[in-house]
Design a protein around this ligand. Structure first.
Ligand code: PGA
Length: 330
């Protein structure tokens, strides 16, 4: 192979080999399709033999392509091991990690932080769970290492990495008359008495956008300031609501009915966010890696078990820099 094969070309090739599609590889790597095609053309020229062939609509690796895919995976995993061992030596024996999470993220953030601290007992961790306003204020002042939010801010320049799916599901008491109905129309559910989170809640915004997008209004019967209060009110038969599926993390299956409503679940994501331009500490980077490996990976992203992360900042997948880009996903 000639020397001008680049790491980026190998990365693109590996994604195509794994996903079986130029389109999906370009989506995963946040590249345009023409860039992906051009880089593959250059790689094939550099290697000097065909690597991928198209039969009908399907892509196949040639025998040489398969060998290169294997070699590429090995290279990436060696680099990942190297990066991790350097990071561990440098910072993970001690150090500090300061996190802030928006209210609903409290259903998964403490668990993941607890597991991470067991792995790295020398690290001093702090987590504040608070409302959107305070998260934004702290983010603007750059007070914490990472912020776990359901919606990257629009007016602050941040790097936002999707770390988990955050589906918003419609919940009712298990004996609710709609509990076993299939494909409940949106206008039917809009007519129910709704229990809503407070104004400014990301969950509430997502629900309101969904209904207003269909020209419907919902009329909150009660407005309650926490997911737990909403759940109690649902069980008391006061109405229905829609919450992040994560809000059911500690509930027994069957304790609530998840209604089969057209347009639901609303597919959102959790993001780990930090101000653009900030260099993440080794500890914060390791925690972000941990979130990606041990949270539920978002469906838009590759599963971490498919291949180790790599890149010029090897421990991270492809964070999105601009708020506009981050907004695409909710
Ligand atoms: P929240 O959750 O409803 O507690 O604000 C954050 C979000 O889902 O954006």
């Amino acid at each position: 192979m000639r020397s001008h094969t680049t790491f980026r070309q190998l990365e693109i090739f590996e994604a195509i080999a794994r996903l079986g599609s130029f389109t999906r590889a370009s989506e995963e790597l946040y590249l345009t399709q023409p860039t992906v095609s051009m880089q593959m053309k250059k790689l094939t020229e550099a290697v000097g033999v065909p690597l991928i062939e198209q039969v009908g609509k399907k892509l196949h690796l040639t025998p040489d392509g398969r060998q290169l895919a294997q070699a590429t995976r090995e290279i990436f995993s060696i680099l990942d091991r190297f990066t991790m061992s350097v990071a561990e030596r440098r910072g993970l024996k001690q150090g500090q990690l300061s996190l802030m999470a928006i209210t609903t993220a409290s259903y998964f953030a403490p668990r993941l932080l607890g597991e991470f601290s067991k792995l790295y007992p020398g690290i001093e961790v702090s987590l504040r769970v608070t409302n959107k306003e305070q998260v934004l204020a702290s983010m603007a002042d750059g007070l914490d290492d990472l912020y776990l939010v359901g919606q990257p801010p629009e007016h602050i320049d941040v790097v936002a990495t999707p770390i988990m799916d955050n589906p918003i599901v419609v919940l009712a008491a298990p004996d609710h008359p709609l509990a076993h109905r299939k494909k409940i129309p949106l206008d039917r559910i809009a007519a129910e008495p709704w229990l809503m989170r407070e104004k400014g809640s990301g969950t509430r915004n997502a629900i309101e956008r969904m209904f207003s997008g269909h020209g419907l209004n919902i009329h909150p019967r009660l407005e309650l300031g926490s997911n737990e209060a909403i759940k109690q009110a649902i069980l008391a038969g006061l109405g229905i609501s829609a919450l992040s599926r994560h809000a059911l993390a500690l509930n027994q299956p069957g304790q609530f009915a998840i209604l089969d409503v057209e347009g639901f679940p609303i597919l959102r994501h959790w993001y780990a966010v930090y101000p653009a331009g900030r260099q993440l500490s080794v500890v914060a980077r390791a925690f972000l890696e941990y979130l990606l490996e041990h949270g539920e990976p978002p469906r838009c992203r590759r599963r971490s078990s498919d291949r180790p992360a790599h890149g010029s900042e090897p421990a991270l997948p492809h964070p999105r820099r601009t708020p506009a880009a981050a907004r695409r996903h909710y």
